[in-house]
Design a protein around this ligand. Structure first.
Ligand SMILES: C[S@@+](CC[C@H](N)C(=O)[O-])C[C@H]1O[C@@H](n2cnc3c(N)ncnc32)[C@H](O)[C@@H]1O
Length: 305
């Protein structure tokens, strides 16, 4: 096992991360280490395992790294914060860098740490697509990492059910010298607000849809990615300027890439020009993150890798 762990780290050294210090070091089966995932956040390591325990060689290897290491058990019923495993403790929130932007991360904030590293390349794309004067809507925004990247160029509206996450988004903006007062924040349900925007004829140059697989809003209404994604896309499409883009993403493992594409195709005009966007190269295991971008035909700005 040790040679596989070291080989995974060596393989990451071959990748070019630029001004980025948070990425995946071990990606399960992609590194011949099924069920084992390791991410570095500015040199603090987060281990995630499918198994409820850690194999002794892995534990020794982590101990010998000298790094701060926290451990998250995946698929748990109680979605708890990761626990300290070895190395110096990290009790305070801290900063990571991604493509030159800064984000606050916390190992004490619950099951998720403040940024999803698998969306790194999509955040870069959103930054490239957003031009001065554009208005971008980030739905299901969490800590607003997409908002921060879009706000580096355009005006953003950040939408989430959770006030603490909207506050975290504001903090992330300030960290990048972006004035949150110049941007909009809405605490509310994405479905309700998309209907509202359409009624008001409010239009955006780009909309990000990256919902959880399942959620219940403040009125008890349930969203299931499997059955409700198509409706979400239809509602968002009604709020786009001509030539705008729509980024649709899901990490739901029960939705295949093919069925995701079919759902999105069925919800959009017949000849919609769709691109499937790949995961970042450090995620070399199961390609669970499905991401499709719509550039309405004729906009002349179709994105190519
Ligand atoms: C998996 S996170 C989304 C990740 C985020 N797109 C990112 O890139 O970091 C899910 C977020 O959706 C929010 N949420 C869940 N249901 C919602 C709803 N109906 N309307 C708005 N936000 C919702 C949650 O509060 C949470 O912040």
């Amino acid at each position: 096992m040790i040679h596989l762990l070291n080989a995974a780290l060596r393989a990451r050294k071959q990748l070019k991360f630029g001004d980025t210090d948070a990425y995946r070091l071990i990606d399960g089966a992609g590194d011949a280490l099924p069920g084992i995932y390791l991410e570095t956040f500015a040199d603090r390591w987060l281990l995630s395992t499918q198994a409820p325990n850690i194999a002794p060689p892995l534990r020794t290897w982590l101990n010998e790294s000298g790094k701060t290491v926290y451990w998250k058990k995946l698929d748990q019923h109680e979605k708890e914060s990761p626990q300290h495993l070895c190395g110096p403790k990290q009790d305070e929130p801290f900063l990571i860098r991604e493509n030159g932007l800064r984000f606050q991360v916390s190992f004490q904030s619950g099951y998720s740490q403040g940024i999803f590293l698998d969306q790194r390349d999509n955040r870069r794309r959103v930054r490239e697509w957003t031009k001065p004067g554009h208005t971008i809507l980030n739905t299901f925004a969490y800590t607003g990492a997409f908002s921060v990247t879009a706000a580096a160029a355009g005006a953003t509206t950040t939408l989430d059910l959770s006030q603490p996450y909207l506050d975290w988004t504001r903090d992330n903006m300030r960290l990048n010298e972006i004035d949150p007062e110049q941007h909009h924040f809405i605490k509310g349900d994405t479905f309700r607000w998309l209907k509202h925007f359409a009624k008001q004829e409010r239009r955006f140059h780009g909309i990000i849809l990256d919902p959880p697989s399942f959620s219940r809003d403040d009125k008890g209404r349930v969203f299931r990615a499997e059955s409700d994604y198509g409706t979400l896309v239809e509602l968002a499409a009604a709020c786009l300027h001509p030539g705008a883009w729509l980024l649709c993403s899901t990490n739901h493992r029960g939705i295949t890439p093919r069925s995701f594409l079919q759902t999105i195709r069925a919800a959009l005009p017949r000849h919609a020009d769709l691109d499937a966007l790949p995961m970042p190269p450090d995620f070399n295991g199961h390609p669970y993150l499905k991401c499709i971008c719509w550039h309405p035909a004729g906009d002349g700005a179709k994105y190519r890798e």
